[in-house]
Design a protein around this ligand. Structure first.
Ligand SMILES: [Fe+2]
Length: 595
């Protein structure tokens, strides 16, 4: 039984393939076509998934699409009469879905009738819920999806038991936590698609002095219910202007906040204007109001279901600050967030919804790691290096133990290391397969990384990876966070030990590394710990204002273009001869081990 899940004609286009109940592959189109948040039909991702399953498109049994035009039809029609322009645009998108068989046939150069798969339409939030619960380690759980808008709903909750989920409730358009966060992100001067996490980082610098006003913008208005103050927004009258018609462009979202919001909160910050304390306080207030609503929601969901385990999905599930507080605000004892909690994850969710909800097959799979994308053999890596070499690199091939030891020594010596190993991560976080690693003990490392490689806003924190065994020693909570979806407080006595990835509020968005799930990365962290006494690395994504690198060629290109010191790719280490000769590292004071 082969099920192909496709998130198409929507930002974060992706594909996933499930064979006999087990996930074989999942990847976002952006990793392959190199367009950030790419929309359109994810033809490259689909091809990769088919290759991993060893099948052709014509041999797939089910195709799962996380969109259902019939869902909430009456609500859609009611708003369509009020917002004809928005309705027209949504109708265009829906028309694309209706023609997906033809689009697939055209992309794969086969006759439409040769695709014998049954097409299954899974409602957007049902697919989100499925993406979390069906791959979670729990036999039963409460499940919550919250994001911007999908199939005219913004949030849905359910209880899962074995291979079935029972939907318990939903919040429909125009009330949306995702829209709330995006609108305020725009107001604070961040207009790029996907900028919300920047504002989450900014919140730590402020105090929630505008919380009363924000409680008018969003508030819980009963158990499992929240409302937006609609006068602060425009989408309820004008719709949300979205541009993501094809895969060649990063999506663009139009303005979502009203002039009334500006009247109440003051002038909109222009993107080029400096960030002031007022902006920090606005970000902190926005985060605090969101957390109040979520806390009420978690508590009510726990009460309604009586469950001790919670699975989260939707873009709001990336709010690691809020997620880190679930245990304090609800009786939930375990929380699972799938690494691609946002819309990319819909392909996995739709596929598993077909497997279990529709076909009734038993659950056999738990997503314990994020390595579901392409990988490259030592021969392919060797060929890529040979193809790009002009004699400017010092190349060394090592066995695994020596490679780990050499990499740990580089990190401990303050070098910035590109780490390219195994299968590309599923979801937006680098988790030890396509990562840039550095020494977390050096407070200045954050600025050095920004100057030399990442070129991003200085207020954004970097994250630590830590072996699971050491979490209680460094953090005030030790619940697993394998996919960097929780922020916990660093123990006060350890904040000076790992200053680089500790945020200004004393939290860190940690990745806990399990030896069984990610053995090579765990081994590296253990080796770093043996050398330095601190089994932690600073881990940031392997890219520079581009999608995370996928192929060896992209890693080599990023390595050359930036001032990264070492590239460890497969069993090879590469160093720039010019840097070695010039002793460039010592010029920045990083050649010596920390005392
Ligand atoms: Fe969504």
């Amino acid at each position: 039984m082969i099920i192909l899940g496709i998130n198409a004609y929507h930002a974060n286009a992706s594909a996933a393939i499930v064979a006999d109940g087990r996930l074989l592959a999942a990847v976002e189109e952006e990793r392959l076509n190199r367009v950030k948040y790419a929309a359109g039909l994810p033809a490259r991702a689909i091809q990769y998934c088919l290759d991993q399953a060893g099948v052709k498109l014509a041999e797939v049994d089910h195709i799962a699409i996380p969109r259902d035009p019939r869902a909430r039809l009456a609500t859609k029609l009611r708003f369509a009469m009020r917002m004809p322009r928005f309705a027209f645009e949504r109708a265009r998108v829906m028309a694309r879905f209706a023609g997906i068989r033809e689009d697939l046939a055209s992309a794969f150069e086969i006759a439409p009738q040769s695709i014998r798969a049954k097409f299954n339409r899974i409602e957007h939030h049902t697919a989100h819920l499925a993406s979390a619960y069906f791959v979670s380690p729990y036999e039963r759980a409460a499940v919550l999806s919250a994001d911007g808008l999908g199939d005219f709903a913004s949030s849905m909750w359910a209880v899962g038991e074995g291979p079935q989920m029972r939907i318990l409730g939903e919040i429909t358009f125009p009330h949306s936590l995702g829209m709330y966060y995006t609108a305020l992100t725009q107001y604070l001067g961040f207009w790029k698609f996907g900028d919300e996490y920047k504002v989450m980082g900014l919140a730590a610098y402020g105090q929630p002095e505008f919380l009363e006003e924000f409680r008018r913008i969003v508030r819980a208005d009963g158990p499992l219910s929240f409302r937006l103050g609609l006068e602060y927004f425009t989408h309820q009258n004008q719709g949300a202007e979205m541009s993501w018609r094809d895969a060649s462009q990063t999506p663009v979202l139009g303005r979502l906040f009203s002039t009334y919001l500006e009247k109440r909160l003051g002038p909109t910050r222009k993107a080029e204007e400096p960030l002031e304390q007022r902006h920090h306080n606005l970000a902190a207030s926005m985060q605090a109001a969101l957390e109040e609503v979520l806390a009420a929601h978690w508590a009510a969901l726990a009460k309604k279901t009586g469950e001790k385990s919670l699975c989260l999905a939707g873009g709001v599930a990336f709010n690691c600050l809020a997620n880190g507080k679930i245990f304090d605000h609800s009786p939930f004892e375990r929380v699972y967030v799938q690494p691609a909690a946002g819309d990319a994850g819909l392909s996995v969710g739709a596929a598993f919804a077909v497997e279990h909800q529709i076909l009734g097959r038993p659950r056999e799979f738990v997503m314990e790691h994020a390595g579901w994308g392409p990988e490259f053999s030592q021969q392919q890596i060797r060929a890529a290096i040979a193809g790009s070499s002009n004699g400017d690199m010092q190349l060394t091939e090592l066995d695994e133990d020596s490679l780990v030891q050499a990499t740990a020594r580089h990190i401990a010596a303050g070098k910035i290391v590109g780490w390219f190993q195994g299968r590309v991560e599923w979801g937006p976080r680098a988790l030890g397969q396509r990562s840039i690693l550095a020494d977390p003990r050096r407070a200045e490392m954050k600025d050095v990384l920004n100057q030399r490689i990442k070129h991003r806003e200085i207020f954004r924190p970097f994250a630590p990876s830590i072996i699971e065994e050491a979490v209680p020693e460094y953090f005030e909570r030790s619940d697993p966070s394998p996919f960097m979806t929780f922020a916990y407080s660093v123990r006060p006595e350890k904040r000076g030990v790992i200053p680089a990835p500790t945020h200004v509020d004393g939290t860190a968005r940690l990745q806990t590394v399990n030896r069984g799930a990610n053995p090579l990365y765990w081994k590296l962290l253990r080796a770093v710990g043996d050398l330095t006494g601190v089994p932690v690395v600073l881990n940031t994504s392997f890219n520079d204002n581009e999608p995370i690198v996928c192929r060896p060629e992209e890693a080599l290109d990023c390595f050359r273009r930036t001032q990264m010191d070492v590239l460890v790719m497969g069993n090879f280490t590469l160093e720039k001869k010019a840097a070695l000769a010039a002793g460039a590292m010592s010029a920045e004071g990083f050649a010596e081990p920390l005392k």
